[in-house]
Write a protein that binds this ligand. Structure first.
Ligand SMILES: [Zn+2]
Length: 342
């Protein structure tokens, strides 16, 4: 089996750079008292049964596990003076024992936190059973959990399961199979088939840049009152601003994608491969040749945590001063409280 040296990765990531200490101070003065992180992954090492070659080659396998205790340590590191509540779900790739990971989160999560149960497209009875658990606040299913990876939403969120989610009024956390610009028709069809289903689009619909067609896709999706978005791993103030403008102030929620918020990367243009990212640390999924040549570009890179929180800060600062506190409270707390019943 592919083994990932997660402990080494954590050790590297938890050692703050001076610029990260400075950012923590800057953001500590800015962030609200209470923060809800509505996109966090959590499971134990014992739940990792297999890391496929597909997952192993992808940055999502940088941390195949992160326990509730590790998660508490990260809160102390990133926000030592804040009360942080989390909505957690297991890592998403096939090879995780999702049944055991769901049990772990449902039984062990602190009372103030919430759980999105992980559904299995191949096991309808299990999935609808776990959706009815009193601690289930949302349903997560994942596009590349199925093999081959899904091209359509119904390939992994099957209509039968969405029917149940709609009936239970349980929000789904939807990582689109591709960026929203390319999957908007598919999304609109699902929204029209399930007009009362509450849908939270992960990663602001997956666009990290203001690409052509993004505004149109956002405006189309925003016509449905049942769509929200989380900000997980989005480093662009322009994309956050556009999402706020198109969806309104009460439909965008902070998410960290913990533990992937521990990665420190920069984007660069490779002469042959086009736009790529390089990290400050040679993870198993980083091409060694590319790392040797371009790794220096990421020497001063800071955790995604800071890059993405700064993007929200910049977007909020584009609003009139007297509106900023209210907007911050919506993004970091109030909207998630309402959507996930915190
Ligand atoms: Zn995630």
């Amino acid at each position: 089996m592919n083994t990932v040296p997660v402990a080494d990765h954590l050790r590297h990531a938890l050692n703050l750079k001076p610029q990260e200490v400075a950012l923590r101070k800057e953001l500590d003065e800015w962030l609200p008292e209470v923060i809800i992180d509505c996109h966090a992954h959590c499971n134990l090492e014992a739940h990792v049964k297999n890391v496929s070659d597909y997952a192993y080659k992808h940055m999502m396998s940088s941390f195949t596990y992160l326990s509730l205790e590790d998660s508490a340590r990260l809160k102390d590191l990133f926000y030592p003076f804040r009360k942080v509540r989390s909505l957690r779900f297991p890592k998403t790739f096939r090879g995780i024992d999702h049944r055991a990971a769901n049990e772990y989160l449902l039984n062990e999560s602190p009372e103030d936190d919430r759980i999105a149960v992980f559904g299995l497209p191949e096991d309808f009875d299990y999935t609808v059973g776990i959706m009815r658990h009193p601690r289930a606040s949302a349903l997560k299913m994942y596009w590349s959990y199925v093999d081959p990876p899904a091209k359509k939403i119904y390939d992994f969120f099957t209509p039968e399961i969405l029917e149940e989610a709609q009936a239970l009024d349980l929000p789904i956390i939807l990582h689109l199979p591709r960026m929203i610009v390319h999957t908007c028709d598919d999304l609109m069809a699902v929204l029209s088939d399930f007009p009362h289903l509450r849908v939270v689009l992960a990663h602001l619909g997956l666009s990290k840049l203001l690409v052509p067609g993004l505004e149109e896709a956002y405006r189309r999706a925003a016509r449905s009152p049942n769509v929200w978005l989380d900000t997980a791993l989005n480093p662009s103030p322009e994309v956050v601003s556009l999402a706020l403008e198109c969806f309104g102030r009460d439909r965008i929620m902070f998410g960290s994608d913990e533990p992937l918020n521990l990665l420190r990367s920069v984007a660069y243009k490779h002469p042959e491969k086009g736009e790529r990212i390089v990290t400050d640390y040679q993870y198993h999924w980083v091409d060694p040749v590319e790392y040797a040549e371009y790794g220096h570009l990421a020497k001063d890179a800071v955790h995604a945590q800071w890059q993405c929180t700064l993007a929200i800060k910049k977007a909020v600062e584009g609003y009139p001063l007297e509106e900023q506190e209210g907007l911050k409270a919506l993004i970091f707390q109030k909207t998630a409280e309402h959507v996930f019943r915190f």
